[in-house]
Design a protein around this ligand. Structure first.
Ligand code: GUN
Length: 296
């Protein structure tokens, strides 16, 4: 069997087109332009690429983009002061602080200083709590994009066995929560899991989110399973480098029923969901009807 390739690039383009339509409507009906502020501290090359890409896509859908690049030695007090300013700025509907932050900054403190209504990453403790109790919240973008692809491919997920490899706050934990909210039977695996292969083998849905290049081989995958590869790992490729996922694509594609490629799978959906969350935040802040059908 050769798996269906789930085209995240095309899917994300349709989400961004819907976002752009909503942005136009908000401008026409209310004279308001949704605005997203992105804060980058330091000069981590991967983060710089993400932030540049976010700024470009934000502008492309007609939203206002505010970029704040701070040097690596920025103090916690200065960063918190910037967040306070963005919290109070009515032109800013979404705030994203790019992670990881330099070691001297306390990420939990910084994230929890963001107004939860503007927390388009869904990382604030109150959004985490709302998601965990099945209430309306901001939903983290990467798991949200993955869920949209799963629902699009599989329809109703109820009763399916889902295995999430990785327990990060950004992907693994919220992904498990979303799958649970969709009535999957969910297992979270991590570096201490006994017999990872046996657990993965029973999954109808495999989410790989560990950041270890090609660690999941095809012979771990149950035939016909849906594989969502969240990993984006840069590895040597002759003189150059290339991007690979957490799954060994060549072998997994022979066994799975469907699989997301790297690049071109989950990555583009993350940014599309960030833009969608910003439109949602803008509507909620103003008491306007929320856009339906933008995300999962
Ligand atoms: N670093 C890696 N992924 C993310 C993300 O989704 N949001 C933020 N803020 N930082 C990240």
């Amino acid at each position: 069997m050769t798996a269906k390739i789930i085209d995240g690039k095309a899917f994300a383009a349709t989400v961004r087109a819907k976002v752009a339509t909503h942005v136009t409507r908000l401008k026409q009906d209310h004279g308001v332009t949704p605005g997203l502020a992105v804060v980058l501290v330091g000069d981590d090359p991967a983060s710089q690429i993400y932030v540049r890409s976010k700024g470009k896509m934000t502008a492309e859908v007609g939203m206002a983009s505010f970029e704040h690049r701070l040097d690596a030695e920025t103090s916690e007090a200065d960063l918190l002061a910037l967040i306070e300013k963005l919290n109070a700025d009515s032109a800013v509907h979404g705030i994203l602080v790019q992670l990881p932050l330099p070691d001297h900054l306390n990420s939990d403190l910084v994230i929890n200083a963001i107004n939860p209504a503007k927390d388009v990453d869904g990382f604030h403790i109150s959004n985490v709590g709302l998601l965990g109790t099945g209430q309306k919240s901001m939903v983290p973008c990467t798991p949200l994009g993955a869920l949209m692809m799963l629902r699009d491919h599989l329809g109703n997920l109820a009763g399916l066995e889902a295995v999430v490899i990785g327990r990060s706050n950004i992907v693994g934990k919220p992904m498990a929560q979303l799958l649970l909210n969709d009535s999957c039977t969910v297992t979270i695996c991590h570096s201490k899991t006994n017999d990872l292969q046996a657990v993965v083998r029973r999954a109808d849905i495999v989410i790989a989110a560990v950041g270890r290049p090609e660690m999941v081989p095809g012979d771990w995958i149950k035939p016909g399973a849906t594989v969502i590869d969240v990993g984006i790992n840069r590895v040597p490729n002759g003189e150059k480098t290339k991007l690979v996922g957490d799954c060994d694509f060549a072998s997994c594609v022979e066994v799975a029923g469907a699989i997301t490629p790297v690049p071109g799978g989950v990555g583009p959906m993350t940014i599309a969901c960030l833009l969608a969350n910003t439109v949602t935040a803008c509507c909620r802040a103003n008491g306007w009807a929320e856009p339906q059908g933008l995300t999962a």
